[in-house]
Design a protein around this ligand. Sequence first.
Ligand code: CTP
Ligand code: CA
Length: 225
Amino acid sequence: EKHFSAEQQLNNIKITITAGPTREAIDPVRYISNHSSGKMGFALAQAAAAMGAQVTLISGPVQLATPAGVTRIDVTTAEQMLEAALAQATQNDIFIGCAAVADYRVAQVASEKMKKTASDSIELKLVKNPDIIAAVAALTVQRPFTVGFAAETQNVVQYAKDKLTRKKLDLICANDVSGTELGFNSDHNAVTLVWQHGEQALPAQPKADLAKAIMQHIYAQFSAN
Ligand code: CTP
Ligand code: CA
């Protein structure tokens, strides 16, 4: 049993968190996105603020209220999220990438609504979006302690570890989203924290409780760094 107060533990610590999906336009009325609810990122922001941190939440389009005391920046696309993230990152101690960033965007966004054609199929050319957390982790001056998330359906810890290494992260929260009710729109979640020299499983629990546990681990590793 640890006997310390979570309250105010993060006093004077500045944290940026990305949350939710990004949305990539196809034309003025259509887009590509994903099922991220933003709940995990918002829960992390709430937990960090309750622990005394100064929290900036960069959010894609979600249906969630801003946690008390948190500064929120709303964005739509991955490119907008990258710009906001880089502007915040160098002013912060810890950066947590919880957003489900669209991996690709439409190469040429149509300026007018696309009309249905006589053809039975059409093709959309997609181009890769920038990797936001890798860009933050690659900063050479004022680089924050950088934490990623990985939602996987198989080989969860191994794939997460690959991402940790490839993106040069300090810590990654691996999330098993295979055939369970966990993750995405659920109010419960379980993760395994993975870092270069270890891992720790955090059991399924309400996202608010899990968020506190994750923040405590992040802070412990940030402090030890
Ligand atoms: N991420 C990011 N920018 C991207 C894609 C992902 O910042 N363009 C971040 C996510 O916020 C998360 C981590 O990278 O913290 C892992 O996201 P994930 O989608 O699992 O990684 P990808 O590299 O996109 O790999 P995958 O092929 O599994 O989607
Ligand atoms: Ca991805």
